[in-house]
Design a protein around this ligand. Sequence first.
Ligand SMILES: Nc1ncnc2c1ncn2[C@@H]1O[C@H](COP(=O)(O)OP(=O)(O)OP(=O)(O)O)[C@@H](O)[C@H]1O
Ligand SMILES: [Mg+2]
Length: 298
Amino acid sequence: MKSLYQSTISSLPLLGHGKVRDNYAVGDDKILIVTTDRLSAFDVVMNEPIPGKGMVLNQMSDFWFEKLGHIVPNHLTGVAPESVVAPEEVDQVKGRAVVAKRLKPILVEAVVRGYIIGSGWKDYQATGSVCGIELPKGLRQADKLPEPLFTPAAKADLGEHDENISFAEMEQRIGAELAAKMRDISIQLYKTAAEYAATRGIIIADTKFEFGLDENGVMHLMDEVLTADSSRFWPADSYAPDMSPPSFDKQFVRDYLETLTEWKKTPPAPPLPQDVIEKTQAKYFEAIERLTGDKLKA
Ligand SMILES: Nc1ncnc2c1ncn2[C@@H]1O[C@H](COP(=O)(O)OP(=O)(O)OP(=O)(O)O)[C@@H](O)[C@H]1O
Ligand SMILES: [Mg+2]
């Protein structure tokens, strides 16, 4: 499988390289988002591509945009990425790019947690609550929460970690009306997606949505949606509370990096062994197949 670590599209103005996606301007109202095969772990971008990962993520987002389109408008335009680049650049966008409406990003990320894991679990152990929301006593790691929790985070600048904020803080930053709308839509998106995923034997433990406003101030779902990078997917058949369940994402990479006690989780990234790359690639491919019932369309 051909991999793409960084795109080099010179027929369009480059807006910037994110950790995983490269954005280009298409006119003044659209953007081309190319999902590369870069992988970030602990917010540090690894030096090696995971071949095909970008295609998997792009296809996952497309799948969910379609499934959730009745809940909220999204950034897709339907314009074919192949049609906005030069002929010799088509290979770089095929299967891994979208042409999206260029929106004004809302600088608060919408995190929804259905299960208590990761930073939420750490928070709960220390305080009995998650991001200031008090929870019942006696929860175990990876337990299902009584109701999905909305825990907003302030979008960090490049190289910084996102920072959890309270709902009151979110209201202050973006206004009470928009905050409530984002919260209610995010929970509805999560519940709808989790219900579908359950029929495919997948638990969506938590996820992060991003929204933006169009020129009329209408809120749109943007960025990536319910991918293995923005969410924790657990195979339902090996789920059990009281442990950290295996997941369909970069867990192999994280576990490997945790063994490198010398590495302080800051750039530069250490080299990844070939078997870690291959196992991670296999997980992403398994995830798309489990979720959609289709193999990756490459
Ligand atoms: N329709 C859109 N209009 C404007 N900006 C968008 C749109 N969709 C996505 N973006 C932005 O494009 C960027 C995508 O890049 P990427 O996800 O690789 O970077 P990142 O956000 O730095 O990394 P991470 O996802 O780990 O936080 C994000 O900043 C995202 O907010
Ligand atoms: Mg991102």
